[in-house]
Structures are given as C-alpha cells and as structure tokens.
Design a protein around this ligand. Structure first.
Ligand code: FAD
Length: 407
C-alpha cells in the first residue's frame, strides 16, 4: 500500500540516474497535471514529466462551466480555479442580431496556460515535476521503464500517458490513432476590446452562425484576465481563403460572417495574436497493454465547439486516480486485466461517446442543409427562444435564478 506515505517523502533513487515512483505521468497538460496532483495528495509517489517547464501560450480550452465545475469541485481544484480565472454567470445568446435566450450559471474564463499552471501548483511537492522529454516507454506486467532525453530513467509501477495530441510515444508501443473525422473543425482564439476603451455592454455573449454555407457554429465572447476573449468555432474547409482573412483582418471578417454582432460589439479591435487550430477527431487503438494507461487527448481528441474535452479528461482523472490506480497499486503486478477495468468504466465510456456524439451533432446543426436538418435547426433555436420568453414572463425569474446561484 502506498496511500499512507508522507506527501513530502522524496522519490527514492535506485542508482544515480534512475528515479523511482509509484506512478509516472508523461505529459503535464491539464489531464496529466490534475492526475498528478490527485494521486500525490493521496500519498502516492508521483513523477510528472513534461518537456516544458511552463505551458506555452497555446489556444486550448479557455472557459470552464456547467458540469465541469462540479468535477473540479469534487477533485478539490475549485478554489485553485477561482483564484486564477475571471468569473461570469450570464451569457447573452444571439442569432441574426436577435436574442435567443440568456444562459445563467457560474463559469470562469482564463488562458489554458494559467489553468495548467494552477493544476501543477496543486502538487504537494513541486519536485515531483521533471522538466524533460520522454523518449521511450517500455511496459510490462510488473515495473515500467521510462527513458528521458537527459539520459536519466524513471521506473514506476504504472505509466500514465497524458501526452495530448502528440502520438509519438504511443506509436513506439504499437498504439495507433484512428482518425474518425479528418479536419473536422477549425477554431480561432483572440482577445478584443472596444476602440474607445469602454467596457462591452454584456458580461459574456454567444453569437450563432447565420447561414450553413458559412460553416460558423458560434462565436463565444467571455471575460479573461486580459480582457474579452473570443473563441470562434467553425466547420469549414481549413484551406478556404476565409481562414487567411480571419487571421489577417479578424474584425471585418467576423462581422462579415456574423453581421448581427455589430450592434453588440460597436467599434472594436483585436488586441493580440489570432491563434487557430484545425482539429481531427481521433481515438487510439492497440492501447490495452499492461503497465500503461492513456488519458485526456492522448486517448481521444475532441471537437472544441462541442466543449467536451475538459469533461472527458476530468472523468478520466477522477475514475483513474480516485478508483482504479489506488486499487491496482495495492496488489502485485500491473496486468492488462487491471488496465482494462479503466477503459471499460461506464462513466468513462459514456463521456467518450457523448463527446463524439456532440461533435457530430454540432457539425450537422451548423452545416447540414438538407430539409431534415433545416427543420431541426429552426426548431432548436425556436424552442430555446420560446422557453426564454416564457421564463421571462414568470414573476421574479431573474431574482430567483440569482438567488439559486448564490445558494
Ligand atoms: C482550439 C481548442 C479549443 C478548445 N476548446 C475547448 C472548450 O471550449 N471546452 C473543452 O472542454 N475543451 C476544449 N478543447 C479541448 C481541451 O483543450 C483538451 O481536451 C485538453 O486541453 C487536453 O488536455 P491534455 O492534458 O490531454 O493534453 P495537452 O494539454 O495537450 O497536454 C499534453 C502535454 O504532454 C506534453 N508532452 C507530449 N509529449 C511529451 C513527451 N514525449 N515528453 C514530455 N512531455 C510530453 C506536452 O508538452 C503537453 O504539456 C479545445 C481544444 C482546442 C485545440
């Protein structure tokens, strides 16, 4: 058993160049860093290895809300999140310049790098983070061996691969990625401000696409410490000239795609670099092996528009780190049979499937132009808009929602 060990116990050195841990986590993005903190807090000896000391300014998830918050709370990260992010609780949803409805519920906006730094900051012993590149992993039923670029080795009973979309290490183990939808979506991230320096009239706003041919699912505007962040999610050929226009002239191109936004934004400008991502939907194959388990994007990628990546990785972290890994470490060996328990966990399977289902739904709702989807699209927004109007007619609706939020 390892759970009763002191949190500050240093990892024992077997020889000068081998670090010994119970669990070695390769990849300290959100999934790996949260997993390391959960396991280390429970007293396991954890080595978290990432090639970068600080996660770079790369566009990934930038807002956390809804069910994700409950999972952050359950895993003990909610205070950490609140301390670095901008809170907001009302999102004005519009389409073709008209209000569809207002979403009410706590949410937080922040750069992904800050989210990862917060998760790494929850490690009880900062020396658990090894900044180096893992070059090879050898797995067995018993002890796993990791080689790192500096020439050192890590030996551990369990290896968690949380290497995100980078597939090189898994490939060496015979783990392949099956692409389910190539170039499934395109996402843009940038920060905006009004030219006159005045604040925007909304706390957060979502503007849905107007025409299927544009391929715009929605533009989400929400507060982050640096200002008003914009995430634009599209289902469109990434080689279309509009992509270059969005990078070069983001203000004019956004308004051309979403003219109904103009009165809400006024005269605005983009204040930082426009980042964009083209995303394949993929899932791994050949992953059921002794001694190693894959979590987060290393196991399955997500459609950013569906907003399911964080929920999936939180389920992975919660199930693996609070249920399976502690149980596996309590007995000898790290067989395939043990590892398969995690991959067949009902909550994990449901989260993975829901993510793929939502990815396909968002794409169809945005860009399918056959009669069936045209009707569904109209009904989707009509239903939301009617529900909103009925809610507004109820006396004290907003006061009720606000007091529920405070409770
Ligand atoms: C543009 C975009 C927008 C998104 N928006 C949303 C959203 O709104 N909502 C949502 O829920 N999800 C969203 N997602 C998905 C979400 O961001 C990801 O699911 C999540 O960040 C994955 O985290 P991860 O830890 O699995 O991978 P990553 O954060 O990619 O971490 C992988 C880590 O592994 C390290 N690494 C890789 N190889 C090695 C090696 N050999 N040695 C050492 N270290 C290594 C890397 O340095 C990195 O730190 C979005 C994704 C993108 C791309």
């Amino acid at each position: 058993m390892t759970a009763d060990r002191s949190l500050t116990e240093p990892m024992a050195a077997a020889g000068t160049s081998t670090i010994v841990a119970d669990i070695a986590i390769v990849g300290g993005g959100l999934a790996g860093s949260l997993a390391a903190a959960v396991l280390a807090r429970a007293g396991h000896r954890v080595a978290l290895i990432d090639k970068r000391a600080i996660y770079p300014d790369e566009f990934r998830v930038e807002k956390i809300g809804g069910h994700q918050l409950e999972l952050f709370r359950r895993l003990g990260f909610i205070r950490g999140l609140e301390s670095v992010a901008c809170p907001y609780d009302r999102v004005l949803n519009i389409r073709e310049g008209k209000v569809v409805d207002v979403s009410v519920g706590q949410a937080y906006g922040l750069p992904y790098a800050d989210l990862v730094a917060m998760a790494r900051g929850q490690l009880p012993d900062p020396s658990s983070l090894i900044v180096d590149e893992v070059t090879a992993v050898k797995c067995s039923d018993d002890i796993q061996q990791i080689e790192i670029a500096s020439g050192r080795r890590v030996s551990a009973r369990l290896v968690v691969l949380a290497t995100g979309m980078a597939g090189g290490l898994g490939y060496k183990l015979g783990i392949k990625r099956r692409v389910l939808a190539e170039r499934h979506s395109v996402s843009f991230g940038f920060t905006i401000a009004r030219r006159d320096g005045a604040p925007f009239d909304f706390e957060a706003l979502t503007c849905y696409g107007e025409h299927t041919a544009d391929g715009v699912d929605y533009l989400s505007l929400f507060p982050v410490p640096a200002g008003m962040r914009a995430n634009l999610f599209m289902f469109r050929d990434p080689t279309d000239p509009i992509m270059r226009e969005l990078r070069r002239e983001p203000e004019a191109t956004v308004l051309r795609l979403l003219p109904g936004l103009q009165p809400y934004l006024g005269d605005f400008r983009v204040t930082d670099r426009v980042q964009n991502w083209v995303m394949d939907l993929s899932v791994v194959e050949g992953h059921l092996q002794p001694g190693v388990v894959l979590i987060g994007d290393a196991f399955q990628t997500n459609c950013p528009a569906a907003g399911t990546g964080v929920a999936r990785l939180l389920v992975d972290v919660e199930r693996l780190c609070t249920e399976y890994a502690p149980r596996w470490l309590a007995t000898e060996g790290m067989s395939r049979a043990k590892i398969s328990e995690f991959y067949s966990d009902a909550d994990k399977v449901a989260a993975d499937q829901q993510s793929l289902k939502m990815a396909r739904f968002r794409q169809a709702l945005t860009s399918r132009n056959d009669i069936g989807w045209d009707v569904r699209r109209r009904l989707h927004f009509l239903r939301r808009s009617i529900t909103h109007r009925v809610d507004q007619m109820r006396p004290g609706w907003l006061a009720h929602v606000r007091s529920a939020l405070r409770a």
